[in-house]
Design a protein around this ligand. Structure first.
Ligand SMILES: [Zn+2]
Ligand SMILES: [Zn+2]
Ligand SMILES: [Zn+2]
Length: 346
C-alpha cells in the first residue's frame, strides 16, 4: 500500500465531506446531471445545494489531482458566459441582418411517385404525407433513414437552405446564436462557455485510507450535538497539561465546570487510545471520549479501566449514546453530585 495517513492530511474539510458523502451512500461513481439550471453530480445533490455547483466542480477537480478520484470523459455542455446557467437555448439567425426571423427551406423528393416539393407541403400535424399521391410517410427521420425498407415511405432530402424574412436574403448556413433562459444574455459560440462534464470515480486510495468515513465529518456531527446541548466547542483545541506540555485534542467542549475531551481514531488504532490516556492523565479530566471510526471491538474494553468512553463510529447509534451520556451528565449537575460528568454504565 502506497497511501499513508499523511495523504489524508492534505484533504480540506470540504474535500473530506464530499468523499464521505459518496462513501456513505455507497456510491463509487458520480455522473453529472442537469437539474434546473445547474449541473449536479449524482449523490452530491445536498452538497451542491449547500456549497454551490461551482464549488462542487472545483472539489472534484482538486480531489482528482490529489489522487482520491479519477476523472473519466462523459459529456460536454454549453453554459451562459454571464451567469453560468446551463439553461441555454440555441437559435438560428440571418448572417446579413442578424434577425432571428429565418425560415428553413427544405426540398424533399418522394421517389415512390416522383414528387419534389417544399417540406412544408409534406408536413401535417405530426407526420409527413405526400401532397401528390397522399401516401402516409410518417416520421421524417425514419423516412430519410437508410433503414426504411418500405419503398412507399422513403423520402430524399434534395437540398436545404435558409431565407431571412426580415431582409429577404437566402443563405445555406445560418449563424447559431444562444440565449440564456435565466439572465437573458445573448451570445455566440465564440463567447459561450463550453466545458467538459466528466464523470468521477473513487480511487483505491479512498478504500485504503477511509474504509468507512473520514474524521472531520464525524467531528462536525459531534460538534453539532454538543452545541445543541449548550456546550462551547473547539475543534483541534490545545490545552496545557500539568506537565507543562501542550496537549491537542480533536474536540474540547466546555459547559460550566464540565470539560469534555474527545479524539477520533480513524482506524481504531490502539495507539490512539494510549495516546489519549496519556493526555487524560496530564489534563485530569473525567470526561474523555475516543470516537473509533473503524469500530475496533477491542477498544471499548481497553478504555473501560481508564474511564475512557469509546464510541463505535461505525454504528450510527453512537450519536444517541453520546446524547445519552450528555443528558446523564446534565442530570448529575442538577443533583450537584461530585463528578463533573458521570458516564452511564461506568
Ligand atoms: Zn408521392
Ligand atoms: Zn436578414
Ligand atoms: Zn445567463
Amino acid at each position: 500500500m502506497s497511501s499513508t495517513k499523511a495523504d489524508l492530511a492534505k484533504l480540506s474539510r470540504e474535500e473530506e465531506k464530499l468523499l464521505n458523502t459518496l462513501v456513505d451512500k455507497g456510491r463509487r461513481e458520480t455522473k453529472p446531471q442537469r437539474l434546473g439550471d445547474v449541473i449536479v453530480y449524482q449523490g452530491l445533490e445536498e452538497l451542491t445545494k449547500e456549497t454551490g455547483d461551482k464549488e462542487v466542480k472545483k472539489l472534484l477537480k482538486t480531489l482528482t489531482s490529489k489522487g482520491f478520484m479519477k476523472e473519466k470523459d462523459h459529456d460536454s455542455a454549453l453554459f451562459c458566459p454571464r451567469c453560468g446557467s446551463i439553461n441555454v437555448l440555441s437559435r438560428y439567425n440571418c448572417p446579413h441582418c442578424q434577425s432571428f426571423n429565418v425560415l428553413r427551406i427544405q426540398l424533399l423528393e418522394h421517389p415512390f411517385c416522383g414528387y419534389i416539393g417544399n417540406r412544408r407541403e409534406f408536413d401535417t400535424e405530426k407526420d409527413l404525407v405526400c401532397p401528390k399521391c397522399k401516401t402516409f410517410i410518417g416520421d421524417f427521420f425514419e423516412a430519410k433513414s437508410r433503414e426504411q425498407k418500405d419503398k412507399t415511405k422513403i423520402i430524399k432530402v434534395i437540398g436545404s437552405s435558409f431565407a431571412c424574412e426580415k431582409c429577404g436574403s437566402k443563405f445555406e448556413k445560418p449563424l447559431v446564436a444562444h440565449s440564456c433562459e435565466k439572465c437573458g444574455a445573448n451570445f455566440t459560440y465564440l463567447e459561450a462557455i463550453y466545458e467538459k462534464l466528466p464523470s468521477y470515480e473513487l480511487t483505491e486510495k479512498v478504500d485504503e485510507l477511509a474504509p468507512n468515513r473520514f474524521e472531520t465529518d464525524s467531528l462536525r456531527h459531534i460538534e453539532k450535538i454538543l452545541i445543541e446541548r449548550g456546550y462551547n466547542v473547539e475543534l483541534g483545541a490545545k490545552l496545557v497539561g500539568k506537565s507543562g506540555i501542550e496537549q491537542s485534542f480533536d474536540i474540547v467542549a466546555r459547559k460550566g465546570n464540565n470539560v469534555i475531551l474527545l479524539d477520533a481514531s480513524p482506524w481504531g488504532n490502539q495507539n490512539d487510545l494510549i495516546s489519549l490516556l496519556g493526555k487524560k492523565m496530564d489534563i485530569d479530566s473525567k470526561s474523555v471520549i475516543l470516537l473509533d471510526l473503524a469500530g475496533n471491538p477491542n477498544l471499548a474494553s481497553l478504555g473501560k479501566p481508564y474511564s475512557i468512553t469509546v464510541l463505535d463510529g461505525r454504528d450510527e447509534k453512537y450519536r444517541e449514546t453520546l446524547i445519552g451520556l450528555l443528558e446523564g451528565a446534565g442530570k448529575d449537575e442538577d443533583d450537584k453530585r461530585r463528578s463533573p460528568l458521570r458516564w452511564r454504565g461506568s
